[in-house]
Design a protein around this ligand. Sequence first.
Ligand code: SF4
Length: 82
Amino acid sequence: MSDYVIPEPEPKPIDEKLSMELQILASNAVLRGHPSGDEKCGNCRYYLDETADLSYCWHPKLRILVGENWWCQWWEEIPASS
Ligand code: SF4
């Protein structure tokens, strides 16, 4: 029988790098994990699938996965013609 012990998973340098990049991106966007009044990702023009709890935000400065109840400073109303 081997003495090898499977190591516990831990973040790698790439995870720390990505975490830092996403924190900067979130900070620049003033991204919050909750709505701002009536404004939230779920009723923003950049939220790709308004029927999903999580969806892609196609705002050119973000382009990340966000939650329906999140919010950022670049929120925009969905145009009436959509
Ligand atoms: S622009 Fe901001 S408010 Fe709109 S979907 Fe993206 S993160 Fe949410």
